[in-house]
Design a protein around this ligand. Structure first.
Ligand code: UD1
Length: 359
């Protein structure tokens, strides 16, 4: 029996870990998983509600690290994870995506010679000012198995000279989740006003008042122009910034609300005509649910979605955002073919098990 430690800490990781945890449970004779939660996200709406809703096993460890500067937060995680890895024997460590929790888990493990498995490897924005880009590049470079969700991710890894034996095209576990959880009908009620789902949480948008203001101005304009509502679940960081701003553009059409659960998010995507976001995960969820997306960033790691015309990059430029919304309004995007077959989790767990048994 092989034992792996899954390290999570932030909202998108709980969602990805759910798919893998369910696959691990189906292979419980060969592999057993413990979960370590760094505590990077800690509000109920950002953390515990995902464990309840997606039936993720309770973390065996919660480091309770909380918020802080990148250095301080990552340092506390490194120390806490190292303590756990020294106390218990694990055959491998599983990390997801590109957050500070990902980097801390990968670094603590590799220094203790525990193999690292990276889910969502090979993604690149080629913008090193994003903390996520630094986290994902470094994590890839210390991982034994690199689970690439798309062919572009595989090519990125090849370009960087990774050992071919470590690269696995797995497909995207978020597609597994959408296929499993998304109700198959359009949930817009007849007579209901059309709506847009919008989210903003990236530091380069929230921590620059001008950018945040431009985005909100554009949301108000689009809502007015298309006679629709904007569902706007607000990340705690964004809420704090908006509360301290005395000239934030407002409109009765912008419906601010607490962060949604995973199932509520999928339902909101399906209710919406269009999604506008700076989140990587939500760009994909929109695409998988057949919705177009205005990306509130200058670039994206998910280039396939832009290349097939289902998303437009509009950055935080009010004019570009309104223009992109006009172009994508009511557009039905192509079917996702580049993200695997919706069975990525099983493939990932099988590869990990073979690696541990036969390496
Ligand atoms: C982190 C990830 C980002 C991911 C995002 C998903 C890093 C560098 N960034 O960004 O890649 O897209 O998670 O949401 O790891 N806060 C609360 N309650 C919480 C969590 C956060 O109030 O439960 C507030 C705090 O003021 C905190 C701020 O949000 O300082 C930012 O949280 P943090 O975990 O540093 O990064 P995210 O912006 O959530």
């Amino acid at each position: 029996m092989k034992r792996i430690l899954t390290i999570v800490g932030a909202r998108p990781q709980f969602i990805k870990a759910a798919a893998i945890s369910h696959a691990i449970r189906d292979m419980r004779d060969e592999v057993k998983e413990d979960i370590l939660h760094t505590g990077q996200h800690y509000d109920d709406a950002m953390s515990a509600q995902f464990f309840r809703e997606l039936d993720i096993p309770q973390p065996r460890y919660n480091l309770g690290v909380g918020s802080g500067s990148h250095g301080a937060q990552t340092a506390l995680m490194l120390k806490g994870i190292e303590d756990v890895l020294q106390k218990e024997h694990y055959d491998g460590v599983l990390v997801y995506g590109d957050t500070n929790s990902t980097l801390a888990g990968a670094l603590a493990a590799v220094k203790l010679h525990v193999p690292v498995f990276h889910v969502e490897a090979g993604l690149r924005s080629y913008n090193r000012e994003m903390p996520e880009e630094v986290n994902r590049v470094l994590t890839d470079h210390v991982s034994s198995l690199l689970f690439a969700p798309t062919d572009t991710a595989v090519q990125n890894l090849r370009k960087e000279g990774f050992d071919e034996r470590g690269i696995v095209f797995s497909g995207d576990v978020m597609l597994d989740n959408v296929r499993h959880y998304a109700p198959h009908q359009n949930t817009t009620e007849k007579g209901e006003r059309p709506c847009i789902l919008a989210t903003v949480h990236r530091d380069f948008n929230t921590d620059h008042p001008e950018r945040l203001k431009n985005i909100l101005t554009a949301l108000c304009d689009v809502a007015e122009k298309h006679n629709c509502d904007v569902l706007f679940p607000v990340h705690p960081r964004t809420r704090k910034r908006l509360e301290s701003m005395d000239d934030a553009p407002i409109s009765g059409r912008i419906k601010m609300m607490a962060p949604l659960s995973y199932l509520e998010t999928l339902a909101a995507v399906q209710r919406s005509v269009l999604v506008m976001t700076d989140s990587g995960g939500l760009q994909k969820e929109a695409f998988f649910c057949g919705r177009c997306c205005v990306v509130l960033r200058p670039e994206t790691e998910w280039t396939e979605i832009v290349d097939c015309g289902a998303a437009l990059l509009a950055d935080a430029d009010a004019e570009k955002i309104v223009d992109a919304a006009d172009k994508l309004w009511d557009n039905i995007p192509c079917q996702p073919t580049q993200f695997g077959d919706g069975r990525a989790a099983v493939k990932i767990v099988k590869n990990i098990t073979s690696f541990l048994l036969y390496k």
